[in-house]
Design a protein around this ligand. Sequence first.
Ligand SMILES: [Zn+2]
Length: 503
Amino acid sequence: MEPDDTAGRRDFLKGMIVLPALSGVAEETAAQAAPPSALFNAIQMGPHTMLDEGIGRCLDLIQETAGINVLMVYSHTYHGDLRKPPQFLATDHGVPPRAMRNRKLPSVWVRQHDQYFRNTPLRHQRVDRSFEYADRDLFAELAEPARKRGMKLYARILEGSGREVAQSVQGFSQVVTRDINGRPTTVACWNHPDYRAWWDATVEDLFRSYDLDGFQWGAERMGPLMNVILPWNDGAPTCFCEHCVARGRAKGIDPEHARKGFEELYLYVRGLMAGRLKPADGVFTGFLRVLLHYPEILAWEYQYRLSREEVMQGMYRTVKGIQPAAQVGWHVDHQPSSWDLVYRAEMTYAEMAPYSDFIKFIAYHDVLGPRIRYWYLARFQRSILSEISLQQSLDLYYDLFGYDKKVEPKVDDLEKAGFSPDYVYRETRRSVASAEGKTKIYPGIGFDVPWGSNHIPADPDKVYECVINAFKGGGNGIVVSREYEEMRVPNLRAVGRAIRDLG
Ligand SMILES: [Zn+2]
């Protein structure tokens, strides 16, 4: 729910403050260069951006402004459209951003080797000469310039879904989830053996073909329970494919009862959202009643999560079998990091530690404001929290998540103010405690992340504080987010200043 959240959603921000245009800053970077730091200070990069701006130039800029020492670059870009509208792109990198609309960019940015895919019929997009940059081999080209600057190189992937992915990945339509009515979707099933084998093959190819220091993988989708009560779309609950049904049965869960339970819950919430239902005992009570009648709902939800973790375990084992020193970790997107109680309840970060060298969770303070306003409060009010006001719901949220409601915005200010750097501190502290010292925690510090069709200009002083707070909260490093192409230089400099001050 990250990179594509801007294009598809139509909740526009109004009354945004617009910063004056910033220019001519690249030239002065050398004079104020941040010295190399021992602190883990990574940045998320789009592959096309580096090629557009020039690899050496781009690496110099992020090192000199932000003191970056780890590159996390997408090797595959199935998730979301890289062709962002011009207002999202930073114009102060010294190279003007290109018009993106008509470009034909590939979804695969590495050379592919069929021999690693012998255990799965799925095949990645074939990148022929009709794609821009088809002749470039970014990860091979990056190796030397990164080493020369003392930077580590991580590959990074976000899972893709939807019609376009189904079209570009051969065999994808054979591994998709089935909803409660048996209908196929355009999202892949964690329990499909061919899908699991495809991920194992993907990381095997990556680590046998390139000299990588690490890998970060994520899948921005929630479990079936949250997707009913806090819905992103109108789709019926999943997954009831043959593999999930077999798994449920093997775990002693009646698949048909689980299916019926999800059907009842789905119809209940949809009835509420359409204003058709007025439960006599109360809306929330009605929700609990379905859970009591069908405890299989929770059991199915938990198996969904365990299945997802098993996909990650497969990749972890594969990478470690090839390169034991490689750092393998996970992207925890904004919903699970900051407003999905079900995800949080399912397991601690310590439980994920045996297959996690690090966990990078999203802690984007600015954009969390509108996200909570429209993706959390508004949706819950239409489903199972219609009995309390938005302000009550927000207060409850702050209390349940351990954020300080004296510091964080009121409902009417969420859009404009965003969250405070204190949120970064508290969420980092919580995550570090959840990890029990068994895995490293890297908060993803986010700035200049768009909302709707707008760029939200970040305040460099707040960015500075967020970085300081990430370490104050016990974080083992940071990942500067969300995408380099969006990041304005004054904010990159704020990161560098904080890293320098932290010593
Ligand atoms: Zn399934």
